[in-house]
Design a protein around this ligand. Structure first.
Ligand code: ING
Length: 309
């Protein structure tokens, strides 16, 4: 029997941000639409419960502590879990997480995988934090994830759920080959990734005109080279001086885009994912056992940023 999972991507506008309650209401509406369209799971963007607050500097982190979730679900997010259980639909949710361990506060850019019984089956904390930790003057906006978050401490996990092997990452993670390869080596069949991607990086505008191209390039390459579906879902549109790209897409293990957003609005994209197609690629072109020869790759030294000859 084919293992089909119908994936919904809930591309969501960044503005207006009126707090968690109206936002969760919007998310529930999109969850209902996804269920009505036959989706088994819905993927929400990165930091879906707060504004993309890393664009602005605050001197005191207490000024943004209300953007972090201390519990999941909490009173304002429980309705989303209850609706998921009622509809029997799973979801990926990105949010800012605040934890205290041995009296030390930790802040993570986090995502969770929730199954059709509204049980949290997996958690991921963003490893690749882009941008900078210091305030950069004369910029229309900042990119302060290194200031507002700690580096994720959970690695790249995969989980048996929804009839397949599920994986997660977050935004800038999707640009790094290791993200996909670690999950690929663990047998992942569907990687879900929420993102907030400005159409310009003010501190380095070199690649701005390639922002949309790079967005799809990295997810298509990661999908193909690791024989997995990838569902990338944007938070989109104007937020302050920043304009977040759309381009939400669902990609097959062939690297082909099978669903793509065509707007910069709230938009549900839908992809019918036959997980056995992932297995076909894992057993042929990317049969790691048969074809991958890491013992012949030579010594891999951490020559990151090795100087040009
Ligand atoms: N977003 C961008 C990305 O890699 C970024 C990086 C962040 C650019 C903030 C400008 C400002 O798609 C995230 N969230 O990683």
């Amino acid at each position: 029997m084919a293992r089909i999972i119908v994936v919904g991507g809930a591309q969501m506008k960044a503005e207006p941000y009126e707090g968690r309650v109206p936002l969760v209401r919007r998310m529930i509406e999109m969850m209902r639409e996804a269920k009505a369209c036959g989706c088994d799971i819905i993927v929400y963007p990165e930091l879906a419960l707060s504004p993309f607050f890393v664009l602005e500097w605050v001197d005191d982190l207490d000024e943004v502590k209300h953007f972090y979730e201390k519990e999941m679900p909490g009173p304002e997010t429980r309705p989303l879990f209850e609706e998921a259980a009622k509809l029997e639909i799973g979801f990926y949710l990105g949010y800012a997480e605040y934890v205290e361990c041995s009296n030390k506060a930790k802040r993570y850019n986090t995502s969770i995988l929730v199954d059709k019984n509204a049980e949290i089956v997996g958690k991921y904390r963003k490893v690749h934090l882009p941008g900078h930790a210091d305030y950069k003057k004369d910029m229309p906006y900042q990119g302060l994830e290194k200031y507002y978050f700690d580096v994720g401490d959970l690695g790249f996990g995969v989980w048996r759920s929804m009839g397949g092997v599920m994986g997660m990452c977050i935004c800038n993670d999707r640009r790094w080959a290791e993200t996909y390869r670690v999950m690929g080596l663990k047998g992942v069949e569907l990687i879900m990734v929420g993102y907030n991607t400005p159409n310009s990086m003010p501190w380095d505008t070199t690649f701005d005109q390639l922002t949309y191209f790079h967005n799809h390039l990295v997810m298509q390459a990661g999908a193909y080279q690791n024989s997995t579906f990838v569902a990338g879902v944007a938070r989109v549109g104007k937020t302050g001086e920043c304009d977040l790209i759309g381009g939400s897409a669902i990609i097959a293990p062939s690297g082909e885009i099978i669903a793509c957003a065509s707007s910069k609005e709230d938009e549900l994209i839908i992809g019918r994912c036959d997980l056995d197609l992932a297995q076909k690629y894992k057993q042929s072109m990317f049969n790691f056992e048969e074809h991958r020869r890491i013992e012949h790759y030579g010594i891999i030294t951490e020559q990151i940023g090795a100087t040009a000859p």
